[in-house]
Design a protein around this ligand. Structure first.
Ligand SMILES: Cc1cc2nc3c(=O)[nH]c(=O)nc-3n(C[C@H](O)[C@H](O)[C@H](O)COP(=O)(O)O)c2cc1C
Length: 185
């Protein structure tokens, strides 16, 4: 009931022969310094075994254009399907980890597992972020900031996929003092 969530593509495996992709919504940020995040996965998933084996994964953000492929990777298993061939998505080995980025993704976050919390139905992979690769097309050349709106990021809420809605304000806007009116000289 905590909404919205991202629906990311988790890249796992360490060689082109065992690269796999899994859709995950139980994913998030845990810490700024050191940068840490998590993904919570059922042990029966093929991806679970790969992440446990290699201790690495890549969180690839998804976009409107990737909606169909993202859903598909969340209903089929890499145990019996080549999800790359089936979706047309392209892998690229990480810079620091061996797990793959999805080239079509606007942002890929490379992670190294530091702890596995066996919670119940899902086990949470707690991981340190070791590298981030952003598609230059969405980087504002002046500020160096990643332009989320331009990337067309996708969110997931209660079984439905959405694009992000209207912007309501920026961090801290509620306490910002109104700008003083400029005097005409
Ligand atoms: C939108 C969406 C979100 C999902 N989130 C998770 C998740 O957070 N954890 C999980 O274990 N499975 C999740 N799944 C299910 C897996 O993606 C699915 O079982 C997939 O087939 C596993 O692939 P694999 O066997 O190749 O690893 C999600 C599926 C969808 C469609």
């Amino acid at each position: 009931m905590i909404y919205p969530l991202p629906a990311v593509l988790v890249g796992c495996g360490a060689t082109p022969q065992d690269y796999n992709l899994m859709t995950a919504a139980w994913v998030g940020t845990l810490c700024t310094d050191p940068p840490m995040c998590y993904v919570s996965i059922r042990p029966e998933r093929h991806s679970y075994q790969l992440i446990k084996k290699y201790g690495e994964f890549v969180i690839n953000l998804t976009t409107k254009a990737m909606a169909r492929a993202t859903d598909w990777c969340g209903v089929k298993s890499g145990r019996d399907t080549d999800k790359w061939a089936a979706t047309g998505l392209h892998p690229q080995p990480g810079q620091v980890v061996k797990a793959p980025w999805v080239l079509e993704s606007p942002l890929s976050i490379e992670c190294k597992v530091v702890q596995i919390l066996e919670l119940g139905s899902h086990h949470a992979f707690i991981a340190e972020v070791v590298h981030i690769a952003a598609d230059r097309r969405y980087l504002n050349p002046a500020t160096g900031k990643f332009d989320l709106e331009a990337a067309g990021l996708m969110a997931y809420s209660h079984g439905q996929y959405y694009t992000l809605g209207q912007r309501l304000g920026h961090f801290g806007f509620s306490v910002k003092k109104p700008a003083k009116p400029k005097r005409n000289l």
